[in-house]
Ligand binder design. Structure first.
Ligand code: C2E
Ligand code: MG
Ligand code: MG
Length: 706
């Protein structure tokens, strides 16, 4: 167990106190009185008594006057207690030294009583005050407590004054002696109890303030023993040491109460405020300053008082494919990656530059006060290149890549928000264009704005029913019959005309609108299929594409089930297309696909071969079909590689007992090749482009023979 400095001091003080006690006891027996006269001795008593009284009143003043709006029980009651103790001590010392106080001179007998009562009240009070938790009290509380104490004191002193000469006779000598003996024993016991209570209450961490009170109680105990055990008319050493020690104990009470009720809460408040400030201006995960701090720091650089004629750059840095890493390796790995990137950026930054975490997978670096913007561009690129891309995640080494967008004050914006926003725009735009570094330009702004517009239009478009479906047939290569269809969404934009999914699906995916849109597609596709079955056409399966966001919904299976129930379509006529990237996080994908599979729907992997997937998952996941991406089908007749890939995929699918559909079949030669590979089905312009529902119904659906 480690002993802290304060604890050491308390132990030393306690030991010194005990040594003093032993020393005084020894000296009292062997040494003659150091005082040449009674007057000298009483003068010393009086002096000590006055100092003790002054300290006791300081404790009272501390509760009466200081920070009364933050008054607590411990401070208030210790003030009240020492107000009473102080008065009693004064009465004791005055009557002991033969000084007339408040108009009466009770003599030695009563002076001893004042001392005993003072000690008893002090011991009981200290125990009650410091053995329970502290609490705030109101001003009314304060007034009531002091008024009660004053009334008790005035009444007590009044009674004593009235019966000052009769009292010693009233109490029999024997009774007085017994009571004194009892008090003599009870007081140290109460102090000891107080020490124990405090040490027990603060057993986990011992705040210095509580230890100061412990010291005070120790000194009070020793002081009490010295003052009450020795004969005051002996050589006077014990009595005087007791008085001085009591004074020291009062000082410790004063200090302890101050630390416990004023200093420590204030420190605690300061610490809490500092922590709150830190939290407000820092990111929890990386401990880097956050966007709020970035804005404040930039204000300093960009303010008119900042150095005129100098440029300041803000580079926003984004981790490419962060979402995929997070999804496939879990949040812990994602967090580790973010922390590491933050640390690497900080290490590479110059002292005048600052690294900030903007949120999610984005960081910002300020590059202040260069003479021209070219120099900032060079520095930003240098920083980007200096980051080591090799990261070890879950004991595997990965090559990460970063994208950077840069905007420079005053060229690219005149305000802090503009500069940050423009750098952010630049990085996102650069990413879309596949660039790792992009400086903000006006055209980037235009593109971003049109993207935002598109997002707004899409929101309205969903309500205004501007979306519709087209259907593309899937043909059995063996029989040539239409055995399925894929539903593909289209947008009839009020100003831009017909938009293909490539133009709006990424925006929908980014904005989250893909979820309601995807749900609409699923419901509408199921409705068409059901209607065609009701109209007497031979039932076929309809394929619907799922997006990453939809796939990540934990209640996807329930939603699909709900739609199937609502439409009344048998689940075996619905196929859901997922992509390889959705299966990165194999465990989550496994759960999700199994839940879907349990509904009875089919699952296919779309654009197969374009994502990098582990072949192992094909065995584990409950899938029915692979859809070979059209880029491979396109190449089958052009080069050997394409043909080899298609051939490998079909062979593998056969082994795994999966169905295979070739996408993008455009020519007869491709069809022949695919037939040779025993590919089950084909989809492509050779059979038909995606067509509207009416046309699909007319051209590709066959009525039941019966
Ligand atoms: P996909 O799921 O792979 O759909 C096939 C795409 O290939 C369709 O493009 C189709 O028109 C096109 N295609 C079919 N046969 C041929 C061909 O022989 N040659 C060529 N060059 N292209 C062919 P589309 O309709 O533009 O859709 C593109 C992608 O947008 C889809 O690829 C799919 O990933 C996504 N998409 C379409 N509709 C939806 C939807 O409702 N939800 C989601 N999440 N994504 C959708
Ligand atoms: Mg598809
Ligand atoms: Mg596809």
């Amino acid at each position: 167990m480690r002993i802290r400095k304060e604890e050491k001091i308390t132990i030393i003080m306690g030991t010194l106190g005990l040594l003093l006690l032993l020393g005084v006891v020894y000296l009292s027996t062997v040494v003659q009185s150091p005082f040449s006269s009674t007057v000298g001795r009483e003068g010393m008593y009086l002096l000590a008594g006055l100092i003790n009284g002054a300290v006791a009143f300081a404790i009272f003043a501390q509760g009466w006057m200081l920070f009364t709006d933050k008054l607590s029980k411990q401070r208030l009651y210790s003030a009240v207690l020492f107000f009473m103790v102080g008065v009693l001590d004064m009465m004791h010392i005055a009557s002991f030294c033969g000084v007339s106080l408040f108009g009466f001179m009770p003599g030695y007998e009563l002076s001893v009583w004042f001392l005993f009562i003072s000690h008893l009240i002090g011991a009981v009070g200290m125990l009650l005050i410091f053995s329970v938790p502290d609490k705030r009290v109101s001003r009314i509380h304060k007034a009531a407590a002091f008024a009660s104490a004053a009334i008790v004191l005035v009444a007590g002193i009044g009674v004593l004054e009235m019966f000052q000469y009769e009292l010693p006779q009233l109490l029999g000598a024997q009774a007085q002696e017994t009571v004194k003996q009892a008090v003599w024993i009870v007081v140290p016991f109460l102090y000891g109890l107080g020490i124990f209570a405090i040490l027990y209450r603060y057993r986990k961490e011992r705040p210095p303030a509580a230890l100061t009170i412990v010291c005070a109680l120790l000194f009070l105990t020793i002081g009490h023993i010295l003052l009450t055990a020795a004969d005051p008319f002996g050589n006077g050493i014990a009595h005087l040491s007791g008085e001085w020690l009591k004074g020291l104990a009062y000082y410790y009470v004063l200090k302890g109460v101050y630390r416990l009720t004023i200093e420590e809460p204030f420190r605690g408040q300061q610490l809490a405020e500092a922590q709150m400030m830190h939290m407000a201006y820092h990111d929890d995960l990386t401990n880097l300053p956050n966007l709020r701090r970035l804005k404040e720091q930039l204000e300093l650089h960009l303010s008119p008082e900042g150095k005129a004629g100098l440029c300041t750059g803000v580079a926003v840095i984004n981790i490419n494919r962060f979402k995929a890493i997070n999804d496939s390796f879990g949040y812990r790995a994602g967090d580790k990656l973010l922390t590491e990137v933050g640390a690497r950026l900080s290490r590479r930054c110059l002292p005048e530059e600052g690294v900030y975490r903007m949120g999610e997978d984005e960081f910002a670096v300020t590059i202040p006060e260069y003479l021209d913007h070219r120099a900032i561009e060079i520095r930003a690129l240098q920083l980007l290149k200096s980051i080591n891309p090799l990261m070890t995640i879950e004991e595997t080494e990965y090559h990460i890549s970063l994208s950077m967008g840069l905007s420079i004050y005053p060229h690219d914006g005149s305000s802090v928000d503009q500069i940050i926003q423009n750098a952010d725009m630049a990085v996102h735009n650069g990413k879309e264009q596949g660039m790792e570094f992009a400086r903000y330009t006006a055209s980037i702004k235009k593109r971003t704005q049109s993207r935002i517009e598109l997002e707004n239009d899409m929101r309205k478009g969903l309500d205004r029913e501007e979306f519709f479906l087209e259907f593309q047939p899937q043909v059995s290569l063996e029989t040539g019959r239409v055995v399925g269809m894929e539903a593909l969404v289209r947008w009839n934009h009020p100003r831009k005309g017909l938009l293909s999914p490539g133009e709006f699906i990424p925006v929908a995916e980014d904005s989250g609108l893909i979820v309601p849109l995807g749900e609409w597609v699923l419901r509408t596709a199921c409705q068409y299929n059901k209607k065609w079955q009701m109209d007497g056409y031979e039932p076929v399966c309809i394929s619907v594409n799922l997006s990453m966001r939809q796939f990540r919904q934990h209640n996807l299976a329930e939603k699909v089930d709900c739609i199937l129930q609502e439409v009344g379509l048998d689940a075996k006529y619905l196929e859901l297309e997922v992509t390889e990237s959705m299966t990165f996080d194999i465990d989550t994908a496994f759960d999700q696909l199994h839940r879907l599979k349990r509904l009875g729907v089919h699952i296919s992997i779309d654009d197969f071969g374009t994502g990098y997937s582990s072949l192992n998952y094909l065995k584990t996941l409950p899938i029915d079909r692979l859809k070979i991406d059209r880029s491979f089908v396109k190449e089958v007749m052009l080069d050997g590689n394409g043909a080899a890939i298609v051939s490998t995929i079909t062979t593998m699918a056969h082994h795994l007992k999966l169905k295979v559909t070739a996408e993008g079949v455009e020519s007869q030669e491709q069809l022949e090749f695919l037939k040779l590979q025993n590919c089950h089905e084909g989809q492509g312009y050779l059979f038909s482009k995606p067509v509207p529902a009416r046309l699909f119904e007319r051209r590709f659906l066959t009525r039941f023979a019966g």
